[in-house]
Design a protein around this ligand. Structure first.
Ligand code: KG4
Ligand code: ZN
Length: 337
């Protein structure tokens, strides 16, 4: 019954969680307000905020879990991908804690963590995907289609060739004058907009890869042209514009998923990453699953955006596999899957 502490610090969330044998005992996430005014994450400010938050966040997770540090069986942390300085803070803390307690250190790939969030057990009794399954991981920095053969075997079968899906949401939102991160706001306004009001182009790339950089350019020209004729255009049509942008991104993602299912013959399909919180995407996957006869897995909101429960879960599997990390394990800002 491994008792694992997970620590996540790859971007702008300082998080700590405790799992006992995959069951969630505590999941603490502290955001960073400092970035709001800048319209994006400022790496150096993120590192400093992690430094301020990591000790209280870990302390709070252990307190909520009712666990003493010496009871832990492993300390899992995010090795990458992410911001170098941010990774260094969580990693240094995890190493020091592991050294002081003489407990195994577990260096986790953040993207594997997003996928393995599906295995975190709590009181909601949701089904766990059987292997192999397909996972569409959509976050602020990545868009990946992955064949998951077991908890330690991940095969990348498609990815974005430019912007990530979350990045596309955030960049379009910025063009519309919305604050960072704009993804959740587009989702909110889209709920009461017409998804077919405006037609934006879908990225056309062959195979199972994605392209989203054309969308922001299309939205930029669209907004510029309409605003020239009517300065209030965006304000007057915000909900329809958001719904149309969301519709375009979701449609691109679902098309690739259909192709991936056809090519692999695997009909268990999971979502992961921050953009899996998007209500349009969640709805579209559920509907597509029903019409296509897929079994679909959509994580609860708490495990979609960055959290440490997913890092502790990955650490759990790594401990079982004997994959412990040395003290000199480097942070890997561009860690591939
Ligand atoms: O996985 P995540 O928390 O951090 C990364 O590892 O990147 O993903 C953050 C991304 C951001 O781009 C954010 O705008 C997007 O997820 N996001 C959403 C929604 N919630 C978060 N995008 C669209 N709709 C949402 N509801
Ligand atoms: Zn993430």
């Amino acid at each position: 019954m491994p008792l694992i502490l997970g620590i996540e610090s790859s971007c702008d969330e300082t998080a700590a969680a405790v799992l006992r044998n995959g069951f969630l005992l505590a999941n603490v996430v502290a955001g960073q307000e400092v970035h709001k005014q800048w319209g994006g994450v400022i790496p150096e400010l993120a590192s400093r905020a992690h430094q301020q938050q990591v000790v209280p966040v870990v302390h709070e997770a252990l307190r909520q879990a009712g666990v003493q540090p010496h009871e832990l069986d492993g300390i899992a942390y995010t090795q990458g991908p992410g911001l170098l300085g941010a990774l260094l803070v969580g990693g240094s803390f995890a190493k020091a804690f592991s050294l002081a307690l003489n407990k195994p250190l577990l260096a986790v790939n953040h993207m594997q963590g997003h996928i393995l969030a599906h295995f975190v057990r709590d009181n909601d009794q949701r089904p766990v995907p059987e292997f192999p399954f397909l996972c569409l991981t959509v976050s602020g920095g990545h868009t990946q289609l992955v064949r998951v053969d077991d908890a330690r075997t991940f095969v990348l079968i498609g990815e974005t060739i430019d912007d990530a899906a979350g990045e596309a949401f955030d960049k379009c939102a910025k063009i519309l004058g919305l604050p960072y991160p704009g993804g959740p706001l587009i989702d909110k306004y889209a709920a009461t907009g017409n998804p077919n009001a405006f037609a934006f182009p879908e990225g056309q790339v062959p195979g199972l890869n994605f392209s989203f950089s054309g969308l922001k350019t299309a939205v930029l020209y669209f907004v510029r042209d309409h605003t020239a004729a009517n300065p209030d255009f965006v304000q007057n049509h915000l909900h329809d514009i958001c719904a149309s942008i969301q519709h375009t991104i979701v449609s691109t993602l679902i098309k690739r998923l259909k192709r991936a299912v056809k090519e692999t013959g695997i009909t268990r399909v999971a979502l992961a990453g921050g953009v899996s919180a998007n209500s349009g995407l969640r709805q579209a996957l559920t509907q597509t699953g029903q019409t296509e006869g897929w079994q679909t897995f959509i994580p609860p909101f708490a495990y979609c955006t960055d959290n440490a429960a997913m890092i502790a879960m990955a650490g759990h599997f790594q401990l079982l596999a004997g994959e412990t990390a040395a003290q000199d394990t480097p942070p890997l800002p561009r860690f591939s899957l």
